[in-house]
Write a protein that binds this ligand. Structure first.
Ligand SMILES: [Zn+2]
Length: 258
């Protein structure tokens, strides 16, 4: 909850390419570095200015690991606690937990900018589109897969799935199975192309999302830290960890052969 409060309460509304989105990015980068990660900030232009992704990896990590990401921006007028300080908080907390472990070599943590539409509704998912472009052809062929953690702290069961763009939902099925086997209340669904996994799927990279379902504070001024469930936040963090602990070379290879 510390990260959620930092982003949604202390910083507040984080519309893409605004000063507050940048403050969020700076905070996250600092935390990743405190945990011992290397970081890179990818800057890119969006309507109205510059947005950025914060990318973090453990020294010596695999070149083509598995990406776990969440977007840090919010829509105008909304503090974006559940959407998506919650997912960003899960990404950061998992980075803290895996820091220094063998497992960290298989994971790249990303806080995406500019996932949301701005008020002009020109484009969305700009940060993940930029990330996928920057992977280059080889990266797009070899990256292990991706999981987007977006709006995950206000609802049960946890919904896991894909957008049916990539041919085989191998990552989504595996994420679901590992969480289900670990005893989490999780359901498999096919959802709209409406989070940062979309650009990965479009590029042929097997990708998945975790989502706790629609809720009444969505994109509204009431999407605040007190209005989400810290239990649901914790649940999602533990569920994603239950998948990540199984990542190894064989699993990454299997994702790309599927
Ligand atoms: Zn979102």
């Amino acid at each position: 909850m510390i990260t959620v409060r930092k982003l949604a309460t202390d910083i507040g509304i984080r519309v893409k390419a605004t000063r507050n989105e940048k403050r969020g990015a700076r905070y996250l980068r600092k935390k990743f570095e405190e945990f011992g990660y290397r970081t890179n900030v990818q800057r890119f232009e969006v309507p109205g200015g510059t947005s950025r992704n914060v990318v973090a990896w453990w020294p010596g990590a695999k070149r083509y690991p598995f990406v776990v990401g969440g977007h840090m921006d919010s829509v105008p007028g909304a503090p974006g606690a559940n959407d998506n300080a919650s997912g960003t908080a899960v990404v950061l907390e998992l980075a803290r937990i895996f820091a220094g472990t063998e497992q960290a070599r298989f994971i790249r943590f990303v806080a995406f900018g500019a996932e949301e539409y701005d008020s002009d509704h020109v484009s969305n998912h700009d940060g993940s589109v930029h990330y996928v472009e920057k992977l280059g052809e080889e990266g797009r062929e070899r990256l292990g897969g991706m999981l987007s953690v977006d709006m995950i702290a206000d609802g049960r069961p946890l919904l896991v799935g894909h957008s049916n763009i990539a041919e085989k939902p191998v990552v989504a099925r595996t994420v679901f199975n590992k969480m289900d086997k670990a005893g989490f209340d999780v359901r498999f669904i096919t959802l709209c192309d409406c989070s940062d996994h979309g650009p990965f799927e479009h590029a042929g990279i097997p990708a998945s999302f975790a989502y706790s379902g629609q809720e009444s504070d969505y994109h509204s001024p009431s999407d605040t830290a007190p209005n989400l469930s810290s239990n649901d936040l914790l649940r999602t963090g533990r569920a994603v960890r239950a998948f990540l602990i199984h990542l190894d070379k064989a699993m990454l290879d299997r994702f790309r052969r599927a």
